[in-house]
Write a protein that binds this ligand. Sequence first.
Ligand SMILES: Cc1cc2nc3c(=O)[nH]c(=O)nc-3n(C[C@H](O)[C@H](O)[C@H](O)COP(=O)(O)O)c2cc1C
Length: 366
Amino acid sequence: MSASPPGLAPLPPPIIAGQPWTALAPMQDVTDLAFMGVIATFGAPDYFFTEFLRVHSQSRPERHILRSIDENATGRPVFAQLIGEDIFHLERTVRDLLRHPIAGIDLNLGCPAPKVYKKNVGGGLLRDPDRIHEILGALRAACPGRFTVKMRIGFEDTRHFARILDSVNHHRVDLLTVHGRTVREMYRSEVRYDEIARAVAAVRCPVLANGNVTSAAAAVRIVRETGAAGVMIGRHAIRNPWIFRQCREAFGGQPVTPVTLADVHGYIRLLYRATADPAIPERAHVNKMKKYLNFVGQGVDADGAFLHAMRRVQGEAELFAVCDAHLLARPEIRFADEPYPGVIARPNCETPDAASDGCSLETVTA
Ligand SMILES: Cc1cc2nc3c(=O)[nH]c(=O)nc-3n(C[C@H](O)[C@H](O)[C@H](O)COP(=O)(O)O)c2cc1C
């Protein structure tokens, strides 16, 4: 899997040569330095991507995102993701980022938040394949190393998909990630793996399949079904940070190492410590933890009892009392590989709110 077609920049070597690649999906307010470090503790993906850096006339690369590049101690490469449509400022930002240890530049063609797509950036650009062609050309010229794209399959339908894939070939994009949903489909519809397979057949570069890669078994199935070079995993890595190690086991034909509820307790403790910030009051930090735990809870119990109790806590002591009661009372019980059916990360919030200027943990369910 590691050889790239002639004319394209090879990807950094994966952890295990010859296996399908894994990547942690870029997630705004999630995939920061601390979170990447926590994930790496349990088994790093081959590649990390930063959350998107906003590009416009007044933008400067956000400092906290630069930290996830400059202070990355995971040993795995980080691609910097950009969102924007102004070519002059995209080029300027690329020049800025080239001074940092990035594995490549990634362009976001998928963010479905209305406030974003209404500015014709992210998923909004999928309505304008000519503009995408121009932007890809400019970014290809501006990136001496790897230039990658992460896209959805269309805005409201797939009418421009084939043209955009032609542009990906024309401008020698080095890696394409396809989230198999349209912008209108947001995050919870069925994923169109057939459309991901169509991209695999159409482009010369490797393709990462993205969307509902819920487990190592799902990763094996999706790679087989789509012919993709690997998988990118987002929400299910928040739920199960062991997923990348488990993917490597499954890709290698080995049994997947089970995770217990005691292991999950350890993960929550580590995540709490790693994401703590003296400037953030305890209550706010606990609220942030609840957003991660919304995903974790999907694998704890089939009735959603942990989620129910966790959502009501207000402070650190209460939070860990709930964790102790639900995770340490039965420490050897297996944490589910797949989310329990019907246990939804945020039952009352299925679409990003119109005021949100991105994809935040408040607004994205699984
Ligand atoms: C909280 C959150 C934030 C996200 N932020 C970004 C982002 O900054 N850039 C991006 O390309 N996609 C972003 N996404 C989309 C994910 O990268 C991914 O495409 C999507 O969640 C589907 O994959 P999954 O089913 O593995 O989660 C975000 C998703 C979530 C849940």
